[in-house]
Design a protein around this ligand. Sequence first.
Ligand code: HEM
Length: 222
Amino acid sequence: MKRIRYAELTALIGQRQPACGSTTVIALDGPSGSGKTRLADGLAEVTGGDVLHLDDLYPGWQGLEATPPMVRRVLAVVAAMALFSAVPAAAQDSLCKRLGGGDAISTVVKSFLTKMRKDDPDKLGRFWLFRGSGGVAREEQLIVDFVQSATGCDRLYDGRDMRSTHKGMGLSSADWDRTVGLLRATLDEYKVPAELQTEVIDLVGTTRSAIVECEESTFGCP
Ligand code: HEM
């Protein structure tokens, strides 16, 4: 059997797109006693990553079915926290604070989402043509939570991860660019300074690979 060295393995891992916010998650599977813990510890040492042992999550053998939703929630929190840690580690206030706090963020996000919903029905507006107001209000609150949590406000996001949330929506690069355009217009409207706008857009940009399903100039994927 070919032996792979940690350096080769980390190089291979480095080629993968992060799929959990800006974090790359490596899942190790194998029968008991096969060396998963040793490999995980070795990888953690060379990559500086953290190890999450599923043994610490299982509610016992009778509760195995409860594990996938627990893992999903943990990964959603990791994704949101990783976005937050993408803010430069310099000793400065969180992006949340510099944007004016949680309430200011909520106002700006809601205004941005109103623009998305009111967009042309053959562009972004297509997603909200037949949605009930309850579902839309819930989605709006989750997106506010997500952005507050990602920018470092004291808020927990407990919605789904970005990939499964947007899976099958057929979001193209044209959809993405239009969304970023509406976000910029909203930030302009609220007179958010240019350097903070760049930080917000970079932060949102870390979710692109999980959300966009095709690189097309049409709205929607073929
Ligand atoms: C590219 C354009 C985007 C479109 C058209 C879009 C559309 C949608 C739609 C229709 C939903 C409701 C899904 C459902 O009820 O099943 C949703 C949910 C959500 N979106 Fe997006 N989205 C976009 C980009 C983003 C971005 C950039 C973010 C984060 C920065 C984001 C964060 C969320 C969150 C947190 C939810 C709620 C998750 C949950 O239901 O658990 N979306 N989006």
